[in-house]
Ligand binder design. Structure first.
Ligand code: AMP
Ligand code: MG
Length: 340
């Protein structure tokens, strides 16, 4: 018999988590303390939002984020949405231009995600944003998710709580069927209200606000706030197109060479495992994703390693072969896109 995650029925799910009274009420709920404890220690908690049940983890902890990918069996790394208790908390992680501020004030808390430039001092892990210069932030209309983010002081990354390739869960029972043996706690608040994912809008620099994914918020409502049409990704030469902008794939500016058995002149090396490629000692720089060959550890370091080696004194990045086991498939998927 497989282990089943405990179900927690929160007692005070509908009160404002930022108010002192709500904190006292939640503090009386043993499950709340347990959930906070699990999150702060890097564990996984399924938490409903108004859209779908999310698989929440501390967005600043790369190990916890790698655990999300392992639980979901996800064969690729996509940037994840970080959930915050308030706009004030969100501005600690992202740079809000005028559009982003107007939209946040109009629609948060709600089913809208803003992709904004990542602040240099934001502790959100590179794995959470898949190495991009942007972060996806949302203040959900889900007091429990906000209360957990508030009480832990952590942005909570939360993709849908289903295995890869399956539909997003809108009840705790769906989560149990899909992931029960892989997560530490499931908060059961019954069915979600909206049932579709959040609308995702890119707001960077002075580029027009761009719809990346339609979702729970209507385009018309968004345009009423912007007072002009919402741009669609890639449809207009003013919409941002460089990697890290509309693209959800990070790619270094220097060439990436996969399955390298030998390091060429001027190359830096991303190694994996104890055996190094030929000429490893001649690499401009070397980062070993995991000396023991552990794909879970490697996933945590992948994007930070690419970013560290993407610099003018490096002619290209040679990457040692990485087996497709565990998170290896997702790592190889990202490396292939980076090499493209
Ligand atoms: P999910 O967590 O499954 O709801 O998906 C998150 C959505 O947000 C995906 O469509 C991502 O591609 C998108 N997203 C998250 N972060 C970024 C980002 N930094 N740049 C572009 N798209 C993003
Ligand atoms: Mg999903």
């Amino acid at each position: 018999m497989t282990k089943r995650s405990p179900l927690w029925h929160p007692q005070s799910p509908t009160i404002n988590p930022e108010s002192g009274a709500a904190r006292d009420a939640l503090a009386l709920d043993d499950g709340f303390g347990m959930a906070c404890d699990i999150l702060v220690k890097g564990g996984l908690v399924a938490v409903p939002t108004e859209t779908v049940y999310g698989l929440a983890a501390d967005a600043t902890n790369a190990e916890a984020i790698a655990r999300i990918y392992a639980a979901k069996n996800r064969p690729s790394f996509n940037p994840l949405i970080s959930h915050l208790p308030s706009l004030a908390a969100a501005t600690q992680h992202g740079i809000f231009n005028a559009d982003a501020l107007a939209l946040a004030k109009a629609f948060w808390p709600g089913p809208m995600t803003l992709v904004v430039a990542k602040r240099a001092d934001s502790p959100i892990a590179a794995l959470t944003s898949a190495g991009l210069d942007t972060v996806a932030l949302r203040v959900p209309d889900a007091p429990l998710m906000r209360a957990l983010a508030y009480a832990t002081g952590k942005p909570l990354a939360a993709p849908s709580a289903n295995r890869s390739g399956r539909v997003s869960p809108t009840t705790a029972e769906h989560v149990r069927e899909e992931l029960s043996d892989r997560i530490d706690l499931i908060a059961d608040l019954g069915p979600c209200k909206v049932g579709v994912e959040s609308s995702v809008i890119l707001c960077v620099d002075d580029a027009p606000a761009t719809l990346l994914r339609p979702g729970g918020l209507s385009t018309r409502a968004i345009e009423a706030i912007l007072k002009r049409p919402l741009a669609r990704a890639g449809t207009n030469d003013k919409t941002p197109s460089s990697p890290g902008m509309t693209s959800s794939h990070y790619a270094p500016s220097v060439p990436v060479r996969l399955n390298a058995v030998k390091v060429e002149a001027g190359e830096a090396l991303i190694a994996f495992g104890p055996a190094l490629p030929e000429n490893a000692d001649r690499a401009v720089d070397m980062i070993n994703l995991s000396e023991t060959g552990d794909s879970f550890e490697a996933a945590q370091k992948l994007f930070a390693a690419m970013r560290t080696l993407d610099r003018p004194d490096v002619r290209g990045i040679a990457v040692a072969p990485i087996p497709n086991e565990g998170l290896g498939e997702a790592i190889n998927d990202r490396l292939r896109r980076a090499a493209f």
